[in-house]
Design a protein around this ligand. Structure first.
Ligand SMILES: [Zn+2]
Length: 275
């Protein structure tokens, strides 16, 4: 693109809301030497196609395969942007419901935050780009990665690039982006392995609970998959703040509600380390 002659026709790309972060400017002029799809064009300025919810060329809604030749004005919208037209055709199928995610190897802390909110998150420390894209497609999961090249892969349908470096802020971005607040089921999923947590009587897990915690807490939960035992821990204040910001707190577990542990907190492996 750097050696493109100045006299080539250009497409003026207008970016809205959080897409400005990716493009680095509100408006970008892109030279077009030959007809080019709008997918390629928006990705050439750093916006992966899963970030885009709506495209308009000279005011008319188009899909990702629409070709431009230069001279057009292209508007690029993220989801939920006020100016976007609800009548325009969707660029992708609806997000999976319930929401499911696959996260790249650099987002381990975000994975734990989202699991803490109850969301199903596929995460492997050795997954490569091909694995991640394959899982996203075959399991209909939303791909979360800060590698925009990965998000630009054609087969990726749903995805998002967290902008912040801070895992708590990343979690807030993902919650806002995918409408997670009302869908959260905090502390129902194992932060370590993604398994479901189930309430268990102390008698069943006493051997895994230090004596001091046995005396101090009356609610315990165990992961169905890795058998990790959880109970309310010492960091509940910070945890409660995170949950209040990002998820509707789960109702307290009533007697007999074996499938609804009430805010168990992990120990001995703390899922919510202070950093
Ligand atoms: Zn587990």
């Amino acid at each position: 693109m750097t050696d493109t002659p100045d006299d080539l026709p250009r497409v003026t790309v207008r970016c809205y809301a959080e897409l400005v972060d990716l493009a680095g400017a509100t408006e970008v002029e892109v030279p077009v030497g030959a007809p080019r799809s709008v997918k390629d064009l928006v990705e050439s300025i750093g916006i992966p196609h899963p970030e885009v919810a709506q495209l308009r060329v000279d005011g008319v809604a188009v899909d990702l395969g629409h070709r431009v030749v230069g001279g057009e004005r292209l508007a690029v919208y993220p989801p939920f942007h006020a100016l976007a037209d609800p009548e325009a055709p969707a660029l992708a199928p609806p997000w999976p419901d319930p929401r499911r995610f696959v996260l790249d190897v650099h987002l381990g802390t975000l994975t734990r935050r989202l699991r803490l909110l109850g969301f199903d998150c596929w995460y492997r420390t050795h997954a490569d780009d091909r694995d991640l894209a394959l899982v996203a497609v075959t399991e209909d999961r939303i791909l979360l990665t800060r590698d925009r090249r990965l998000l630009m892969r054609r087969e990726v349908v749903h995805g998002y690039c967290p902008r912040s470096d801070d895992p708590d802020l990343q979690a807030g971005e993902v919650v806002d982006r995918f409408g997670l607040r009302s869908r959260a089921a905090p502390l129902t999923r194992c932060v370590r392995c993604n398994g479901r947590l189930r309430s268990v009587p102390l008698a069943e897990v006493a051997a895994q609970v230090p004596p001091r915690s046995r005396a101090a807490f009356d609610r315990f939960a165990r992961c169905d998959d890795c058998r990790q035992v959880f109970w309310p821990g010492s960091h509940v204040d910070g945890l409660a703040g995170f949950l209040d910001r990002n998820g509707t707190p789960a109702p307290p577990a009533g007697p007999g509600r074996a499938d609804s542990p009430s805010r168990p907190h992990a120990s001995p492996e703390d899922p919510w380390p202070r950093s």
